[in-house]
Ligand binder design. Structure first.
Ligand code: SF4
Length: 365
């Protein structure tokens, strides 16, 4: 049963040097066409389910002006919300305004995710992002005043020339803002980004690990509930937990990914194709066997502190996990722990979690 939806708004006022997301420069003529297509996209697939989580991501959804945002929310009003729903929108500090925040509050948005990344001037210039610290403080204060206090900020680290000291200042700034959720990202130099074209090299792995550990050590007041995510109690992202629990969700909009029944799909990344009403034919589809679904279950669940809930796994797949993977071998090596019907990676090994997950997936029976 689908109870979540992701909506992609691809417009940005500025293109960052590291960005691999599907995005285009804001253009009001294209926004109007895009919103029309998005409406058809939703109406052609959505089956009136009650949704527990809705996530508007991008791109930069806050780059839309008030009129366009009103039109967007008008389109999204077709989505029925369950009790206790989570409704998130991604924003950038340079395009958000108090008027937009008031509108979010009015339409039921109850979680905001801000791209902050860093407050260090050199880092920002490297990332080709702008940020006014006074505005950040003013906006966060205003969010809290209007009771939009379920806030995430993104923090990026492991930038060339970044020191532990610079990172520590970024973390302290976020802690001082009293933000209840922090998502952290180690810089990855993706193909076809400006960084990759400029042949930027990643930082030394040893320093990357030290930075990850610094983040973990500084954020002990938070629940480190996923490898890269930290939340004050009760502020864990319900929408992202849908992904990590390998549950189904709709994906609407350019390049949006979805998971429905036995298929995972990704819509086209071409704005021209998306704006063509035949776009539905241009999405890539992965048909999943039970084995594929279990593989996704394992690799997504193991990103979480709680790991794999073995009882739930048994109920979902009518068989215990031990029927599919010989995980005892990894327990013996100290790479996994089985406790209270959960199988998880010990926190001190999270930095090498990808390696552990690959080892487990090779222990297929
Ligand atoms: S604002 Fe976000 S989506 Fe837009 S270019 Fe920068 S990183 Fe990419």
């Amino acid at each position: 049963m689908i109870s979540s939806a992701y909506i992609h708004i691809p417009f940005c006022n500025n293109i960052c040097s590291y960005c691999d997301f599907s995005k285009i420069y804001y253009d009001s003529t294209i926004v109007n066409k895009y919103l029309n297509e998005l409406k058809q996209d939703i109406e052609s697939t959505y089956n009136n389910e009650l949704l527990k989580t809705i996530y508007i991501g991008g791109g930069t959804p806050s780059s839309l002006n008030i009129k366009e945002l009103k039109e967007l929310f008008n389109i999204l009003s077709i989505l029925k919300k369950d009790n206790d729903y989570e409704y998130t929108i991604e924003c950038n500090f340079d395009s958000i305004t108090k008027e937009k925040l008031d509108l979010f509050k009015q339409v039921g948005i109850n979680r905001i995710s801000f791209g902050l990344e860093s407050i260090n001037k050199d880092n920002l210039s490297f990332l080709e992002r702008s940020l006014a610290i006074t505005k950040v403080k003013e906006i966060i204060k205003y969010c809290k005043t209007i009771e939009l206090s379920n806030i995430n900020v993104d923090l990026m680290y492991a930038l060339p020339n970044e020191t532990l000291n610079v990172l520590e200042k970024d973390i302290d700034f976020i802690i001082d803002l009293d933000i209840p959720h922090i998502s952290t990202y180690s810089l990855i130099i993706e193909d076809h980004t400006k960084l990759s074209i400029n042949d930027t090299k990643p930082i030394d792995e040893e320093l990357d690990e030290k930075m990850y550990k610094l983040i973990c050590d500084k954020l002990t007041e938070y629940n480190h509930y996923e490898i890269s995510n930290f939340a004050k109690k009760g502020y864990e992202s319900k929408h992202n937990l849908v992904y990590w629990h390998n549950e189904e969700y709709y994906g609407f909009g350019l390049s949006a990914a979805g998971y429905i029944e036995n298929t995972r799909y990704t819509k086209t990344r071409s704005i021209t194709k998306y704006l063509d009403s035949n776009y539905i034919n241009s999405k890539s589809i992965e048909y999943l066997t039970t084995k594929d679904k279990i593989e996704y279950e394992v690799l997504l669940n193991l990103r979480l502190k709680e790991g794999i809930n073995l009882n739930k796994f048994n109920t979902k797949y009518n068989n215990p996990l031990s029927k599919y993977y010989n995980y005892n071998k990894l327990i013996e090596k100290g790479l996994l722990i089985e406790k209270d019907n959960h199988l998880y990676i010990p926190e001190n090994l999270w930095y090498i979690s990808n390696n552990i997950i690959v080892q487990l997936l090779m222990e297929v029976i």
